[in-house]
Design a protein around this ligand. Sequence first.
Ligand SMILES: Cc1cc2nc3c(=O)[nH]c(=O)nc-3n(C[C@H](O)[C@H](O)[C@H](O)COP(=O)(O)O)c2cc1C
Length: 186
Amino acid sequence: MNETMKTILNRRSFRAYKPEQIKDQELQTILEAGKFAPSGMNTQPWHFSVIQNKDVLNKINGIVKEGLLKSGNPQMAGRAKDENFSIFYHAPTLIIVSADPKVPTPQFDSAIALSYMFLAAASLDIGSCWIQAISVAFNSESAKPMLKELAIPEGYTIYSAGAFGYPAVEAPAPAPRKEGTVSFIK
Ligand SMILES: Cc1cc2nc3c(=O)[nH]c(=O)nc-3n(C[C@H](O)[C@H](O)[C@H](O)COP(=O)(O)O)c2cc1C
């Protein structure tokens, strides 16, 4: 099997990370992969905010935690009540993908860019996980004052975010794949 397929098949979402920061060169490789993702009409509408500052990470986690406690979703609120709660599983690096909402396909473009970054990370034995609650919490009115601190370009929307770091656990087994998801019309 070629290396690309091995990376695709072995990538897993990790939910426990070592505190040690990933190397700058590894981060650059991950970002390069994101930049080389395809985008609708080649708009490359994304902006990647790489957050490695512990105070800023704590602040982001606090905002999400507050949102989840008020969400009315008992499961999410219960999770947020845990004093060790971290929406990004204590990963040392968080990449927030924002994009210009005026292009034709910003949500797809952002998702593909993040997926490319996940695959690049996996190829370097770096764990990653999509963190959906970031886009929910940070597109709300109350989080607006923090968008500048996160270097989100004016008018951009946050579409996706990913946690990155060295895994603190073994890779989980892959989820079973659904049957019947392919039709051949030859
Ligand atoms: C759009 C999207 C949103 C996701 N949101 C979250 C999330 O908020 N938190 C989380 O722990 N995992 C999240 N995941 C990861 C999925 O749970 C994970 O990809 C799925 O269970 C399959 O596991 P695998 O990535 O290890 O193959 C998300 C994945 C996608 C594609």
